[in-house]
Design a protein around this ligand. Structure first.
Ligand SMILES: *[C@@H]1O[C@H](CO)[C@@H](O)[C@H](O)[C@H]1NC(C)=O
Length: 504
């Protein structure tokens, strides 16, 4: 006769709590494939982690502060950011590595293929407020990557090199993407340049890069792997019909690789389980064996190609090839974090269908309203004494945002079908061509005016940038930056407008 070992009530409770409280990196450790990089601006990825998640820098005085979780293992302290960044702008300057390897992500340096406007070739930093969400009801901010935005660590340690095995997962916004190269997270070249096939192993999310590389079913976006000189949806550098178009707001994306074996997996980060979209041998032509270099990128390609956009909430790199079972537990943990959308706006709400006019608040210009002359959006001196035709040039119809229903778009009263959009950083009045680019460029999110008056209109697609009048022309401007209208002098005044009922 033998007696089965029995667990008392306390032990059972401890086991259950351990499972519930374990973070993604605790789960990977239990599976024998520990995290060697762990990045998130929304939450701690280890149950015991209470250090800094990310650093923000504010526009008013350049001061920085670290944002940590509310408690060990918890959600980021968004209120601390909101208070530090009140009445000014904030950028995410560092995304800390929670794994203890020091693999922090900072502003991506110049690379072989940078094409943003910075004369020195650096990428933009992300706005700290572009991607608000809630996790189990608590507000947090993701990393909103506009084109030309990117983070990198070319001195990472402990990450996979050569043909060594690794696992990667990330949680993205499934609705924020484009078809440019390359919204990536993962392993890349240490030189910020293209050093050849197989020198990268990163998760890619988007609608392909238009180069004839990988695609999946439908029109995208797809989870693929950027293995350098190719986005791969499977073995062939072509179409894999088993790699589906992603339609969920939150997506868990997985890429993992080991000698002559790799896989793509994915699922809805807010519910359900993971599916495997590819699992099999490496592509031919320089990808077996791999020549991974171990640098870490977020938001760009390995050579710093930076035309892509997307939103990152959390992600890790492991050493070793994680089992599907381990990843399934990580997915359950992500689902339990309960990612959900929240408001993108603050300050006075706008009413869809109403007609509005917007008055400048800079002391020089308080009789000037946002108007247009043809396709040029400018400020003009306008009052109730002007003709109806003049008043109509300064009157705008509020619409639900064409690119995001949480924000707004503005149609001209005198030119129906034409909306205010940014193009090459200038506000233009253009006919809606129905494209995703137009929708993104014509969507703006009001905040309480940065100078304390009225509202400031943040670009949905470039959230470091706000409507700004500068020499009577309207731009999307950042509070400091490479373009002349990014000047910090008078920034808060120039981006704040009093919104009233439309002149017409
Ligand atoms: C509106 O009327 C004022 C006063 O007559 C005039 O100075 C101003 O130029 C007019 N604005 C426009 C845009 O015509």
């Amino acid at each position: 006769m033998f007696s089965r070992p029995r667990l008392d009530r306390a032990s059972v409770l401890a086991l259950i709590l351990g499972l519930v409280n374990a973070g993604p990196c605790d789960i990977y450790s239990s599976g024998g494939t520990p995290c060697v990089a762990a990045h998130s601006t929304t939450r701690a990825l280890y149950s015991g982690y209470s250090g800094a998640l990310y650093q923000v820098s504010r526009g008013s005085d350049g001061a920085t502060t670290n944002i940590g979780p509310l408690s060990a293992g918890g959600v980021a302290n968004a209120a601390a950011q909101d208070s530090f960044c009140a009445s000014t702008t904030c950028l995410i300057t560092i995304i800390y590595d929670q794994s203890g390897h020091g693999n922090h992500l900072t502003q991506a340096p110049p690379g072989g293929a940078a094409n943003g406007p910075d004369p020195n070739g650096y990428d933009y930093l992300a706005s700290a407020v572009g991607a608000p969400v809630t996790l189990n009801g608590q507000k947090a901010y993701g990393v909103f990557i506009s084109p030309f935005t990117g983070y990198r660590n070319n001195a990472a340690t402990g990450t996979a090199t050569g043909d060594a095995p690794e696992g990667l997962y990330a949680v993205f916004d499934g609705t924020h993407f484009n078809a440019k190269c390359c919204f990536d997270y993962g392993n890349a070249e240490k030189s910020s340049d293209d050093t050849g096939n197989g020198h990268m192993e990163a998760i890619y999310f988007g609608a392909g890069d238009g180069s004839g590389h990988g695609t999946g079913a439908g029109n995208g976006p797809w989870i693929m792997a950027d293995l350098e000189n190719g986005l791969f949806s499977g073995y062939n550098p072509g179409n894999n019909p088993a790699d589906p178009t992603i339609s969920s707001r939150f997506v868990t994306a997985i890429v993992k690789g080991e000698p002559n074996q790799w896989a793509i997996r994915g699922g809805n980060a807010a519910s359900g389980s993971l599916s495997t979209y590819y699992s099999g041998i490496r592509p031919a032509g320089g990808y077996n064996p791999m020549s991974k270099e171990g640098a870490i990128i977020l938001g760009t390609g390995g050579d710093n190609s930076d035309g892509a956009q997307g939103t990152f909430y959390e992600g890790v790199m492991t050493t070793g090839y994680p089992s599907d079972a381990t990843e399934n537990l990580v997915q359950a943990n992500i689902v339990a974090a309960n990612y959900a959308v929240t408001s993108l706006i603050s300050g006075p709400a706008l009413s869809v269908g109403s007609h509005i006019s917007l008055r400048a608040t800079t002391p020089c210009c308080v009789t000037r309203y946002i108007a247009h002359t043809g396709s040029i959006v400018n400020t003009q001196v306008i009052s109730s004494a002007n003709t109806t035709a003049v008043k109509q040039t300064a009157s705008w119809i509020v619409h639900t945002g064409l690119g995001n229903s949480g924000c707004y778009s503005f149609e001209s009263v005198d030119t129906p079908g034409s909306y205010i959009r940014h193009s090459n950083y200038e506000l233009m009045l253009n006919v809606d061509d129905g494209s995703m680019l137009f929708a993104d460029d014509a969507t703006f999110c009001p905040e309480t005016g940065l100078d304390g008056q009225g509202s400031s209109l943040r670009s949905w697609s470039y959230p470091t940038r706000y409507w700004r009048h500068y020499n009577a022309i309207l731009y999307i401007a950042s509070n400091g930056g490479p373009l002349f209208f990014d000047a910090t002098n008078l920034f808060n005044d120039d981006v704040s407008f009093v919104i009233s009922a439309g002149f017409a």
